[in-house]
Design a protein around this ligand. Structure first.
Ligand code: BGC
Length: 447
């Protein structure tokens, strides 16, 4: 029987793991507020500025791939610990940087940490969670990503008046949450599913009992043992065969859609978009707060509903909302309808739609649809695709916006949203309420 104590323990463990998401959000967002000071300090050309911003994304791509195999060999927890240490090194290194190159190298190291945490935190939470709360608990990671983004905007704002070295403080302050993450990780257990893979079944049973109570734990342990036993290969080659390959394609395409439907054009470039509409820079803070606030609130909506209405319905409703808002934005730009708050309204509708669907749910589904023995590698490949798509969108959006204009740019993203909707409707399986082993049997069984 699950007790309140079990539930509290589980929630605490999930929150600790989700600190990885907080650092992910903070690290990717902190750069924006430092740019106005970094540029004159290092006398950066446009290209060098791009390098300072995008070096983290290159680090992410390396970090995700690098974490896949060691995640299987050494466990999820030690690797999260290494990510925490890399977050600290990067925060201190960029804060103390005396040259552009030093800055770029330490941002790259931060990227390694973001990449590793972005795959390990949701996967770890999925692996410790009982079926009926798994969607909500994995979505906590998205909530902390959003909180990390907000925290970075807030600390940037508060530290902007601290003189010539303000950008150093903005970057260095991340050492504190990274240290908290490292310390807190010492108190969480290893993933029971990984322990069974390593044949440490008694330890896995002990952890499952604390989370689910003894009876349920025994049943879960048997299921995990079966899923690990009837396997065979667990190398990378196995990912590209039969049903596993089919679900790898679903994981990768879903990850890519999460990015190419345009979320980070708004997250990274909202001020530029607002400027195009003629709004002054002074309202930037207000808009940023509105975007962050809506993002946070609607992630809570997803957490509330994901284990009740399921993953697929949330994804479908959200994708419809995203399509409508992007189409609206496109029309506003074509007709140059910039009076009042129309553009802001469509942007907030878009954020609300993303936050209650693709934002959290894509991470959840990717953490769920792969078999135990291949999960770490398959998740890492899917998230790799996500970062690559993020990189391409971040790189091309400014050019697209200035050459094609807002109308065509947003109509393109609306079109991609429709493809995303069709893809979800046709291919994404519903995983609500099933144990990871049930999902595995269902997805791999039906040839
Ligand atoms: C995405 C990030 C995005 C964030 C915004 C995440 O799920 O992967 O790219 O910046 O949501 O809330």
């Amino acid at each position: 029987m699950e007790t309140n104590q079990n539930r509290m323990y589980l929630l605490l463990v999930a929150v600790v793991a989700a600190l990885g998401g907080f650092l992910f959000g903070f690290d990717t967002a902190v750069i924006a507020g430092t740019l106005p000071y970094l540029q004159p300090h290092f006398d950066l050309s446009d290209f060098q500025l791009g390098l300072a911003v995008s070096s983290i994304l290159v680090g992410c791509m390396v970090g995700v791939l690098a974490a896949g195999k060691p995640g299987d060999l050494f466990g999820r927890r030690p690797l999260l610990g290494i990510a925490a240490i890399l977050f600290m090194i990067s925060a201190l290194g960029t804060a103390l940087a005396s040259s552009l190159w030093m800055f770029v190298v330490f941002r790259f190291i931060g990227g390694l940490a973001v990449g590793a945490a972005s795959m390990l935190s949701p996967m770890y939470i999925a692996e410790i969670s009982p079926a009926k709360h798994r969607g909500a608990l994995v979505s906590l990671n998205q909530l902390t990503i959003v909180m990390g983004i907000l925290a970075a905007f807030l600390t940037n704002y508060l530290l902007s008046g601290t003189g010539d070295h303000n950008w150093r403080y903005m970057l260095g302050v991340e050492t504190i949450p990274a240290l908290i993450f490292l310390v807190a990780l010492q108190f969480v257990p290893e993933s029971p599913r990984w322990l069974v893979l390593m044949k440490k079944n008694p330890e896995a049973f002990r952890i499952l009992s604390i989370i689910n109570g003894k009876d349920q734990a025994l049943q879960e342990l048997r299921e995990i043992e079966m899923s690990v036993a009837d396997t065979g290969e667990s190398g990378y080659g196995e990912l590209f065969r039969g049903r596993v390959r089919y679900f790898l394609v679903i994981g990768v395409v879903l990850a890519v859609f999460q990015q190419i439907t345009g979320i980070n054009t708004i997250m990274y470039y909202a001020p530029v978009i607002f400027q195009k509409t003629g709004l002054g820079a002074d309202t930037a803070l207000l808009q940023t707060l509105a975007v962050g606030g809506v993002n946070f609130l609607f992630t809570l909506v997803a957490i509330r509903f994901i284990d009740r209405v399921g993953r697929k319905l949330l994804l479908i409703i959200g994708s419809v909302g995203m399509t409508i808002s992007l189409a609206g934005l496109s029309v506003a730009f074509f007709l140059e309808q910039f009076e009042g708050y129309l553009v802001l309204f469509f942007i907030l509708l878009y954020i609300a739609s993303f936050a209650s669907s693709l934002g959290p749910v894509v991470w959840v589904v990717i953490a769920e649809i792969f078999p135990n023995r291949l999960r770490s590698k398959a998740v890492s490949l899917s998230i790799e695709a996500l970062w690559f798509a993020c990189f391409i969108v971040a790189l091309t959006f400014p050019v697209l916006l200035s050459s094609a204009g807002g109308g065509y740019t947003f109509v393109l993203f609306a079109g991609i949203c429709i493809l995303n909707l069709l893809f979800i409707y046709k291919f994404v399986p519903e995983t609500k309420g099933k144990s990871l082993e049930e999902i595995e049997r269902q997805l791999l069984g039906e040839e």
